[in-house]
Design a protein around this ligand. Structure first.
Ligand SMILES: Nc1nc2c(ncn2[C@@H]2O[C@H](COP(=O)(O)OP(=O)(O)OP(=O)(O)O)[C@@H](O)[C@H]2O)c(=O)[nH]1
Ligand SMILES: [Mg+2]
Length: 336
C-alpha cells in the first residue's frame, strides 16, 4: 500500500515557516512602496507558510487510497494489520488540520491587510503560534500514519483475475514447502511452527492458465474469536481469495499436532467458508501410515469421509505432478 512519507509536526512546521520566510524576503527586496511593505511581507509570510503546510497534508490525504473502495481482502488485511477505524481517525485528523489552517490563512491575511502597519508583525507571530498548535495536535495522527506505512509495506499484491488456490493447515505441516515445490516462490521453511507470519504468493502457469497459489500462516483448531492476527491473515485469504483450498494434513504428526485435530480444523473451515477443498496428506515419506491404502492404514477412516485426497511428500516430490494436474482443473469462482 502506497502511503507517502509522513513528516513529524516539527518537520511540517519547519518547512512551512522556512518557505514563509523565503517568500517574505522576496517581498522585502521588491519595489513595493514603503508604507505598504511591512504588511505585504507578513501577509506573504503567513499565506506561503499555510500553503506549504496544507499542500503537504493534502498530498498525504490524496495519496492514501480510499479504503472503502479497495477489494474486501485488502480492507480486512488493513483492518487486521493496523485497524481501519484508527486509520480513518488519523486521516480525519489531517483533514481537520487542513480545514483549520485554511481558515487561519484567510482570517489572518485579511486582518494583516486591514491592520495598521506596526501591528502586522504581531499578527504574524500570533497566527504562527496557532498554526503550530494545530499541527502539534495531529502529532498522534501523523505518528499513526507513519506506523501504518511501515506495517503495510509488505501488503501482498493480489491478482484478482487469476484462479486462486489457498494452501491451509496446521502450523509446521509443510505448507511453505509445498509452495516452493509447485511455484517459483521461496517462502521460508523451518522445522518449527509459525514460521510463516503473513501471506506468501507463488504463481503457476500451465497451458496458458495462470494460477495464483497462496501460502498462509498455520491455523490452530480453535474458535475464530481466539485467533491471533497471524491466524486471521490466513482466514481472510480463505474467505476472500480462495477458489479452492489445498488443505494439508501432516500424516506423520511430526508437526506436533495429532491428525484428528488437523482433520477437525479442515471440517470447520469447510463449514465456515463452503469452498471446494482438496486434502493433501503430507510427509508420506516418513509417515507411519505409509501403506495407508491398506485397510489397516490409520488414515483409512478419513478416506471414507472425503472425496478428494492425495498422499504426497512436499519434501521429496511424491504426488506433486498429481497436485498440479488437479490445480489445472480448478475454476475461478465468481464472488459477489
Ligand atoms: N519428511 C518430510 N518433511 C517435510 C515435508 N514437508 C515439509 N517437511 C518439513 O516440515 C517442516 C515444516 O515445513 P514448512 O513448509 O515450514 O511448514 P509450514 O506448514 O509452512 O509451517 P508454518 O509456516 O510454521 O505454518 C520443515 O522442517 C520441512 O522440511 C515432507 O513431505 N516430508
Ligand atoms: Mg510456512
Amino acid at each position: 500500500m502506497i502511503i507517502p512519507t509522513i513528516p513529524t509536526p516539527d518537520e511540517l512546521l519547519d518547512k512551512g515557516f522556512r518557505r514563509g520566510k523565503k517568500a517574505a524576503d522576496l517581498v522585502r527586496t521588491s519595489k513595493i512602496p514603503r508604507h505598504l511593505k511591512s504588511k505585504r511581507i507578513e501577509e506573504q509570510r503567513v499565506v506561503t507558510s499555510c500553503q506549504v503546510i496544507k499542500d503537504r497534508i493534502k498530498m498525504i490525504l490524496d495519496r492514501v487510497p480510499d479504503i472503502e473502495s479497495l477489494p474486501e481482502f485488502y480492507q480486512d488485511y488493513i483492518d487486521i494489520t493496523v485497524g481501519i477505524d484508527k486509520m480513518k481517525q488519523s486521516l480525519g485528523g489531517l483533514n481537520w488540520a487542513y480545514g483549520i489552517i485554511t481558515q487561519l490563512e484567510k482570517d489572518y491575511a485579511s486582518r494583516i491587510r486591514k491592520s495598521p502597519s506596526e501591528k502586522a508583525s504581531k499578527l504574524q507571530k500570533q497566527v504562527y503560534g496557532r498554526i503550530a498548535s494545530v499541527v502539534n495536535k495531529i502529532k498522534k495522527d501523523l505518528d499513526f500514519l507513519d506506523f501504518a506505512k511501515a506495517s503495510l509495506r509488505n501488503m501482498p499484491t493480489i491478482d484478482f483475475e487469476a484462479t486462486t488456490v489457498v494452501i491451509a493447515g496446521f502450523p509446521n505441516v509443510g505448507k511453505s514447502t509445498l509452495l516452493r515445490q509447485i511455484t517459483d516462490a521461496e517462502p521460508k521453511v523451518a522445522d518449527y511452527p509459525f514460521t510463516t507470519k503473513g501471506i506468501q504468493i507463488g504463481h503457476l502457469e500451465r497451458n496458458w492458465k495462470k494460477i495464483q497459489i497462496i501460502d498462509t500462516p498455520g491455523l490452530l483448531d480453535r474458535p475464530f474469536l481466539e485467533m491471533n492476527d497471524i491466524e486471521l491473515n490466513a482466514m481472510v485469504a480463505l474467505e476472500h481469495l480462495a477458489d479452492t483450498i489445498l488443505f494439508i494434513i501432516d500424516s506423520s504428526e511430526t508437526c506436533g499436532y495429532p491428525i484428528e485435530s488437523q482433520y477437525h480444523l479442515s471440517k470447520e473451515i469447510k463449514r465456515i467458508f463452503n469452498i471446494p477443498m482438496i486434502y493433501l496428506f503430507n510427509k508420506i515419506d516418513i509417515s507411519i501410515n505409509k501403506n495407508t491404502d491398506n485397510d489397516d492404514g490409520l488414515l483409512k477412516k478419513y478416506f471414507n469421509e472425503i472425496d478428494d485426497y492425495l498422499l504426497v511428500s512436499a519434501y521429496n516430490g511424491k504426488g506433486i505432478d498429481e497436485i498440479i494436474a488437479i490445480l489445472e482443473k480448478v475454476e475461478k469462482i465468481k464472488k459477489e
